[in-house]
Design a protein around this ligand. Structure first.
Ligand code: ADP
Ligand code: MG
Length: 600
C-alpha cells in the first residue's frame, strides 16, 4: 500500500499562509505597522515605490529585536505575544498568530534590520522567498526596519491580481489612514516614490488627528461621543444627521484599537441613526469600542478584520443607545448649522419652527427643542431598555394636543398634484406640499406597527399555500423566527429541509407581491441574527414591509384617492417624516409666500 498523504514543506506552508494574510501591498503594510505598534514605536515611517509592488519599507523606533529573535521571528508560529492558550482570550496586542513575517518573507525579497536599546550593534538579515541568503551585524538606530521588495515575485499567479500602481497606492493610503486614526499619539509618515502623502505628528486628541488626517471640514461635521456602561466604552466622533455619505467608506470603527468592519457594529450604528438619515445613506464615524479582551474573539479571521462578540446583543444595544443619546437634538441641534435639504431632518424641523405661525399647524404645539426629530424621540422611549438611564426624562410625553390635531389633513383644501408625485393643498393659511410616496409609506408603517403591537399584523389566508425554498442560512432564520413571522402576518409551516409553506400573508398585501416580500423580510432577519435583537430591528422590518406596499411617486391620483390618503394621514401619529428619514411634508406660511413676492 502506498502512502498518499504528506506533510507539506515549511516553505510551501508559508506561501499558503501568505495567501490568506497578504492580498496586496496594503496588507503587508498593515502587518508591518501593527508589529511596529506592538513594539511600542512612537514614530513609524512607511515608504513605498510603484504602489508597493517594487518596494515597501517600514521603519520604526520601537523596541527592536535581539539577534536571536530576529532569526526566530521569521519562523512560522513564532511570536512574542502569546505564551499559552489562556493568553488567547485576553490579547492586548494587535498580532498574536506569528504568521505575518514568515508569510511575507516567503513571497518577496525581504530585508530585516533591527537593534535593541542596550545592544551595541544591530543585525541585518536578507531573505529571498523565505530562504536566508545573508545575515550580518549592522550599525542601525534602535528600532526595526523591514524592506519588502518585489512582492509576489515567486508567485506569478498572485502577482497577476495586483492592480495599477495608483489603485494599490489607494489601498495603502486607506490602510495607513485607519492605522493612524487608531493611534493619534503616534507619528505616521507615508511616502510614495519619494513624495510625502501622509504626514501626521503626534497628537494629543482624536479631533486633532482627524482634522490633520481627514481635513478640518471633516471634523466640523462631527460631534463627540463618549459613553460607558457594563465594562464597555464607546468614544470618538460621529457625523450630525444632516451629513451623510452614499457609501460606508467613511465609517471607521475600531474595536480595542483594531480597525474592524463588523456586521453587528454597523447594524447598531444604522440603528442609532434610524430615522435620522435616509435609507441607503451612511454616517461618517470614527468610533472606538473598548471592552475586556475576553469579551471579543479576534481570532476569527486570518487578517483579523472580523470579530465575534461574546454578548452580541448587549454590544449592539449599547452602541445604538450611545449614538441615539448623542444625537438627541438637545445636545447640538440648537446651535448646529442649518443646511436645509431633503435628507436633513433636523434643519427641516428648524425651518418649520422658524416659520411657525399662529395658525393651526400640526407642529405648532410641539416643544421647540424637540421638534427637529420629534418622531425619533417618540421611538426612543419604546426602544430604550427598562433599566435605562435617567436621561429618559428627556423624552416629552405625547401631548394631548397631538390628538386634537386629528382631522388636520382631512380639513385641508386640495389644490392638486404636482408632477404626479406631490400633493399640494392649503391648510389654514399655509401652503402644504406633501410627498405622496413618503406619506403613504408612513401610513402603512404606522398601520403595521399598531397591528403588530396589538395582536399581530392582520393576516389573509392564501388560496394556495406558497411553497418557498431558502438557502441554508435563511432556512435556519425562518425556522428560528416562525413565531415572529406570524406576528408580522406570515403564517409559515416547515415543509421539510429548507422548504417552507406560506399559508397566510399580511392583509395589506396582495398575493402577487408576497414572495419578494417574504424573501426581503427573511433577508433582513438574517442580518439581525439573534432573537434578542429582533425587537429593536422591528421598525426596520415594518418599514421594509411598508415599502413594498406604497403609492409610488409618479402616480396620478384622483381627487378621491388624495382625500383618502389625507384622511389616512390623520390616523397616524403625525411626525412630518417618513420612516426613511425623509420629510413627509413641507410648509410655506403666508408670511413666507408674501416675503417671496416682497409684499412685506
Ligand atoms: P505576530 O505579530 O503575530 O507575533 P509576526 O510574524 O508579525 O507575528 O511577528 C513575529 C514576532 O516578531 C513578533 O511577535 C515580535 O516579537 C517580532 N517583531 C516583528 N516585528 C517587529 C518590530 N517592528 N519590532 C520589534 N519586534 C518585532
Ligand atoms: Mg504581526
Amino acid at each position: 500500500m502506498t502512502q498518499k498523504i504528506q506533510i507539506l514543506p515549511e516553505k510551501l506552508c508559508n506561501q499558503i499562509a501568505a495567501g490568506e494574510v497578504i492580498e496586496r501591498p496594503a496588507s503587508v503594510i498593515k502587518e508591518l505597522v501593527e508589529n511596529s505598534l506592538d513594539a511600542g514605536a512612537t514614530t513609524i515611517r512607511i515608504e513605498v515605490e510603484k504602489g508597493g509592488k517594487r518596494l515597501i519599507r517600514v521603519t520604526d523606533n520601537g523596541s527592536g529585536m535581539s539577534r536571536d529573535d530576529a532569526f526566530l521571528c521569521l519562523e512560522r508560529h513564532a511570536t512574542s505575544k502569546l505564551r499559552s492558550e489562556n493568553d488567547l482570550s485576553c490579547l492586548r496586542t494587535l498580532g498574536f498568530r506569528g504568521e505575518a513575517l514568515p508569510s511575507i518573507a516567503a513571497i518577496s525579497r525581504m530585508l530585516l534590520r533591527t537593534r535593541q536599546q542596550e545592544a551595541l550593534e544591530g543585525c541585518e538579515i536578507y531573505l529571498e522567498g523565505g530562504t536566508v541568503r545573508r545575515a550580518e551585524a549592522a550599525g542601525t538606530p534602535v528600532g526595526t526596519t523591514i524592506e519588502v521588495r518585489n512582492l509576489f515575485y515567486n508567485t506569478p499567479a498572485r502577482r497577476k491580481f495586483l492592480r495599477r500602481d495608483e489603485t494599490e497606492l489607494g489601498h495603502i493610503a486607506d490602510t495607513v489612514t485607519k492605522l493612524a486614526l487608531a493611534r493619534p499619539e503616534i507619528q505616521f509618515q507615508l511616502a510614495h516614490d519619494g513624495r510625502l502623502l501622509i504626514d501626521v505628528n503626534r497628537h494629543r486628541t482624536l479631533p486633532e488627528r482627524v482634522a490633520q488626517l481627514l481635513g478640518p471640514a471633516f471634523l466640523k461635521e462631527m460631534v463627540p461621543v463618549d459613553s460607558a456602561a457594563d465594562g464597555r466604552r464607546l468614544h470618538g466622533l460621529i457625523s450630525r444627521p444632516e451629513t451623510s455619505r452614499s457609501t460606508a467608506g467613511s465609517m471607521f470603527t475600531f474595536i480595542n484599537g483594531r480597525y474592524i468592519r463588523d456586521r453587528v457594529v454597523h447594524h447598531a450604528l444604522r440603528e442609532g441613526y434610524r430615522n435620522l438619515i435616509m435609507k441607503g445613506r451612511h454616517p461618517v464615524v470614527v468610533l472606538f469600542l473598548e471592552m475586556e479582551p475576553e469579551q471579543v474573539d479576534v481570532n476569527v479571521h486570518p487578517t483579523k478584520h472580523e470579530v465575534r462578540f461574546r454578548e452580541q446583543a448587549a454590544v449592539h444595544d449599547f452602541i445604538a443607545c450611545a449614538i441615539r443619546d448623542t444625537l438627541r437634538p438637545s445636545s447640538w441641534v440648537r446651535g448646529g448649522p442649518s443646511l436645509p435639504g431633503p435628507a436633513s431632518v433636523a434643519p427641516e424641523g428648524e425651518r418649520a419652527e422658524s416659520r411657525r405661525s399662529a395658525s393651526s399647524a400640526p407642529s405648532a404645539s410641539r416643544e421647540p427643542g424637540f421638534e427637529p426629530v420629534a418622531g425619533v424621540q417618540e421611538e426612543l422611549t419604546g426602544y430604550r431598555p427598562a433599566e435605562s438611564r435617567p436621561g429618559s426624562a428627556m423624552h416629552p410625553p405625547r401631548r394631548p394636543e397631538q390628538e386634537e390635531q386629528a382631522g388636520f389633513f382631512g380639513g385641508t383644501t386640495i389644490i392638486g398634484q404636482y408632477r404626479d408625485s406631490y400633493i399640494i393643498c392649503q391648510g389654514g393659511d399655509d401652503l402644504l406640499l406633501i410627498d405622496q410616496h413618503a406619506a403613504h409609506e408612513r401610513i402603512v408603517f404606522e398601520k403595521l406597527r399598531t397591528q403588530y403591537r396589538a395582536s399581530g399584523v392582520e393576516r389573509q389566508m392564501l388560496m394556495f399555500p406558497l411553497v418557498l425554498e431558502f438557502d441554508f442560512r435563511e432556512g435556519a432564520v425562518v425556522a428560528e423566527h416562525l413565531e415572529l413571522l406570524e406576528r408580522l402576518g406570515f403564517e409559515i409551516e416547515p415543509f421539510g429541509g429548507n422548504t417552507f409553506a406560506v399559508k397566510a400573508v399580511p392583509h395589506l398585501f396582495t398575493e402577487g407581491e408576497t414572495e419578494r416580500l417574504i424573501r426581503d423580510v427573511v433577508g433582513e432577519l438574517a442580518t439581525i441574527g439573534k432573537t434578542s435583537q429582533v425587537e429593536q430591528a422591528l421598525n426596520r422590518l415594518l418599514m421594509l414591509m411598508a415599502c413594498h406596499r406604497v403609492v409610488r411617486a409618479n402616480q396620478v391620483l384622483s381627487l378621491a384617492e388624495i382625500r383618502a390618503l389625507l384622511a389616512e394621514l390623520d390616523e397616524v401619529p403625525f411626525n412630518a417624516q417618513c420612516p426613511h428619514g425623509r420629510p413627509v411634508m413641507q410648509r410655506l406660511t403666508l408670511a413666507d409666500v408674501e416675503r417671496m413676492f416682497k409684499r412685506t
